[in-house]
Design a binder for this molecule. Structure first.
Ligand code: COA
Length: 392
């Protein structure tokens, strides 16, 4: 019996209602806007409205997958996030209810900073390898928040990526080889009482690049493709210039150095979404992949190398093959429409929307009706979070 290909049948993203242009933030901070647009490679950030969160974004993206695919056999939903809304209950349980999924489904949440979406993909592949008739829905959804007036502030953002993992997929085959690397490093963390992350920014950049070398070597040791057999590279992009730094480092590591300008050009097809959405933590590396897939180039048959990094730090390098006919499964128009529909805010409004540092202990909260999306975070009643479908 031949083992069927395992991989991704469909993948899409949703983002938040508001957008802050970083030129406005630079003006407010009295710094050169080129520091953001050129130095870190960011133009704008998505910001959730008061009635949005990781659940509403995740459900929005997942609803598109359910509408366009046969989901017979869907028995597992994995929700990856590092901006979770409860210390006990998986956010995916709210999503399953909003989407009307049957009770015969296992739901769990995964956490390891920005890595846990890629980790969830590997767990999902394990499920379908054992039960090829089953499907797994993975949701990677995050709101990236740093303190106001901190170095991380311009790298905030919000998005959810959802994908359906199954045997005989239509879009991407995930190749079996993968390389992993874990090191106990204090580069970024978020204690339970904080909404915003604590970060040693410069240290996190070097920890990321050390992890890349480690994961790459492990990928090669486990039968992974040689550097020159990989057609394109997608990196986790906490800010898009991070991908450039990383790829320069990998090129140097394998003896294929290129000047920075050429590396910027090489990675350009992968940065379009993250440049305008900002960091979306677990979703970020998949937004890089989506930008590449949604681009004009025909990628049929190409091998894409993917590097996921989650501070703390766990990382993985793996590769996918783009399957013939993949273009019929893309959601380019919906992605463009969503980004264009975001309502711009000025800096005073952005600062009002920023939740501050401490986690709220509100047990009653009625959220204003703002989002134009299909799901709302209605508020908190007696400590319980309430969500609803808007009919949009
Ligand atoms: N025009 C063009 N480039 C400019 C510029 C200007 N006017 N002013 C500064 N720059 C460049 C700097 O030279 C630097 O480039 P380099 O990285 O190639 O040296 C870049 O912009 C960033 O400037 P820097 O002064 O280093 O920024 P910072 O101290 O404000 O912080 C981060 C940058 C990334 C450390 C910060 O945003 C952060 O902490 N982010 C969150 C953590 C994170 O994302 N970590 C990544 C790994 S997970």
């Amino acid at each position: 019996m031949t083992t069927p290909a395992l991989g991704i049948q469909d993948i899409t993203f949703a983002t938040a209602h508001h957008r802050l242009d970083l030129d406005l933030l630079a003006q407010h901070l009295g710094i050169d806007p080129a520091k953001f647009s050129v130095g870190i490679g960011q133009e704008a950030m998505s910001l959730p409205a008061e009635d949005e969160d990781v659940v509403t974004m995740g459900a929005t993206a997942a609803a598109r997958i359910l509408a366009d695919n046969d989901v017979e056999g869907l028995r597992t939903l994995i929700f990856a996030t590092e901006s979770g809304i409860d210390q006990s209950k998986a956010a995916g349980v709210h999503v399953a209810a909003l989407l009307g999924l049957p009770a015969q489904i296992r739901v769990l949440e995964t956490k390891q900073a920005c890595y846990s979406g890629a980790g969830a993909l590997q767990l999902a592949l394990g499920v379908v390898a054992r039960h090829p008739e089953e499907k797994v829905l993975v949701i990677a959804s995050d709101v990236a928040r740093y303190d106001l007036d901190s170095p991380g502030e311009p790298t905030q953002g919000a998005a959810a990526v959802t994908f359906l993992v199954q045997a005989d997929p239509a879009l991407l085959e995930v190749e079996p080889a993968s390389g992993v690397h874990t090191a106990d490093v204090p580069d970024f963390w978020r204690p339970n009482h904080r909404v915003t992350a604590l970060v040693e920014g410069k240290f996190s950049i070097s920890a990321y690049m050390d992890a890349l070398e480690g994961a790459w070597e492990d990928y090669r040791a486990h039968g992974g493709a040689a550097f020159e057999e990989i057609d394109a590279f997608c990196y986790h992009q906490p800010f898009t210039m991070m991908a450039v730094k990383a790829h320069q480092r990998l090129r140097r590591h394998v003896g294929a150095s290129l000047p920075k300008a050429q590396v910027v050009e090489e990675l350009a097809p992968t940065v379009g979404y993250n440049r305008v959405v900002g960091n979306s933590y677990t979703a970020s590396v998949f937004l890089a992949l989506l930008a590449l897939l949604d681009g004009d180039a025909d990628l049929t048959g190409q091998r894409i190398g993917i590097f996921s990094y989650g501070s703390g730090a766990v990382s993985e390098f793996f590769s996918v093959r783009v399957l013939p006919g993949y273009r019929a499964h893309l959601h380019r128009a919906e992605h463009a429409a969503q980004l264009a529909a975001r309502e711009p805010v000025d800096v005073p409004r952005y600062r009002e929307l920023h939740p501050g540092t401490a986690v709220s202990d509100a047990e009653q909260q009625a959220n204003p009706r703002v989002t134009a999306g299909p799901y709302r975070f209605v508020g908190i009643e007696g400590g319980v979070r309430r969500y609803e479908a808007t009919g949009a």
